[in-house]
Write a protein that binds this ligand. Structure first.
Ligand SMILES: Cc1ncc(COP(=O)(O)O)c(C=O)c1O
Length: 412
């Protein structure tokens, strides 16, 4: 491995949301989704060259940044996208807000599959709309997967939600944060057909697409069929896989001309369609020159996930971990400990000096006994965090229960 993901970089006091929000001395932050790794050398070089120019006026993003994205999508995801199908946005969330506005009026409903990225709920409510939950179904993990359980889509429930006359849009998370599923072509096709049949459009957030585990493949929703590409909008960014979230740059891919023009208009109305120069320069350097770095990162993240699973099996065997197919976010079932996730996360931050995300924010009741652990840090940092977690948790084992893989709890 060429890249040094083991290197510890001091981020506290660097105006970092992840490191500077946690309260108290010396808290290890494994929560918000950014990585503690330095960006790929080609990205840092490209940004350095731009800084050296020393002039930072309004930018005119060149077509070449769309070409970088198109080549990337074709090479990595076998997905051919036309240049005029791409819009610029200052982030995936602003693009989602514009897309909800494009399809819905206040009072309409947007389908989400819970547990799901917490900001989806806010984005829907901010537009005066209502989240319509299609909860994922927990199932025992099978085959060569390393976790204890995983999730499936509930198509019967999706059918019933999609037939609600106020359901206009399905906000898909592909892959799914926080449960780590990389949806298969069969799952996407079935969900897409249900939505199309009921006149529900699909907005597919693919921000984590490039963070597949080495054994897993991403399927872009739009690539599944011509009908799907006409009836959907996709959000893409280099920000998660290449750790560029602070540069606030994303792309919206929409092949339907009228829809795309409406989203372009709404992005402009909200002032969220114009990029800063660093964002598109970094994204181009990521897609054109940092593929090897990304593949090394994916191996490292898999190593961190296995470290977590082995640690939990050895030290905290009453807990259960979801199989991770994509993202660097582990989803851990804490039911056996008997705390609700908000209280548990708060106590871990205060008393164990480790900050994880509480599961309830991703949807209740499904997430209320879960923690989400961000694995994108040097392995020694992860081990330090897990030691702190176990040291705090072990004394509570007296009141613990044993949990089956299906989530059923029994006292021991
Ligand atoms: C699924 C998902 N979508 C969107 C975002 C945020 O995207 P952006 O920072 O580009 O608004 C995140 C951040 O964690 C995410 O997990």
């Amino acid at each position: 491995m060429q890249s040094d993901f083991d290197r510890v970089i001091l981020r506290r006091g660097t105006a970092s949301e992840k490191w500077d929000i946690p309260r108290g001395e010396g808290v290890l932050p494994l929560w918000v989704a950014d990585m503690d790794f330095r960006a790929a050398p080609a990205i840092v070089d490209a940004l350095r060259r731009r800084v050296e120019e020393g002039v930072f006026g309004y930018a005119l993003p060149p077509r070449t940044w769309h070409d970088s994205l198109r080549r990337w999508l074709h090479r990595r995801h076998v997905w051919k996208v036309e240049s005029n199908s791409i819009l610029d946005a200052t982030g995936v969330m602003p693009a989602i807000a514009a897309t909800i506005r494009a399809f819905c009026v206040p009072g309409d409903k947007v389908i989400v599959q819970t547990p799901v990225y917490n900001c989806f709920f806010k984005a829907i409510r901010n537009q005066g709309c209502e989240p319509l939950e299609n909860p994922l179904r927990r199932v025992v993990a099978k085959g060569a997967s390393t976790g204890d359980f995983t999730y499936e889509m509930d198509f019967d429930d999706l059918e019933s939600k999609a037939s609600d006359p106020r359901a206009r849009l399905f906000l898909l998370c592909n892959p799914q944060n926080p449960v780590g599923r990389a949806w298969t072509e069969y799952e996407l096709r079935t969900a897409g057909e249900i939505c199309l049949c009921h006149g529900v459009a699909v907005a597919s957030d693919e921000i984590h697409a490039d963070l597949q585990m080495p054994f897993s493949r991403h399927v872009p929703f739009s690539r599944v069929s011509k009908d799907f590409s006409e009836a959907s909008v996709t959000f893409w960014s280099a920000s998660k896989a290449f750790n560029l979230a602070g540069l606030q740059t994303a792309a919206v891919i929409c092949e339907h001309d009228a829809t795309r023009e409406r989203i372009r208009h709404l992005l402009n109305v909200h002032g969220t369609g114009e990029l800063n120069p660093f964002g598109f320069i970094a994204a181009s350097a990521a897609w054109d020159k940092s593929e090897e770095w990304l593949d090394e990162l994916r191996e490292y993240l898999l190593g961190n996930y296995r470290t977590l699973v082995d640690f939990i099996r050895l030290r905290l065997p009453m807990l259960r971990v979801a199989t991770l197919e994509a993202t660097y976010l582990a989803w851990v079932d804490m039911t056996a400990l008997g705390f609700d996730s908000a209280a548990l996360a708060a106590r871990l931050e205060r008393e164990a000096k480790v900050k994880f995300s509480q599961g309830a924010i991703y949807g209740e009741p499904q997430g209320s006994a879960f923690l989400r652990i961000n694995l994108a840090c040097p392995r020694n940092t992860l081990m330090d965090a897990l030691e702190r977690f176990a040291k705090w948790t072990e004394p509570h084992l007296g009141r613990c229960c044993f949990m089956g893989d299906n989530g059923a709890v029994r006292q021991v």
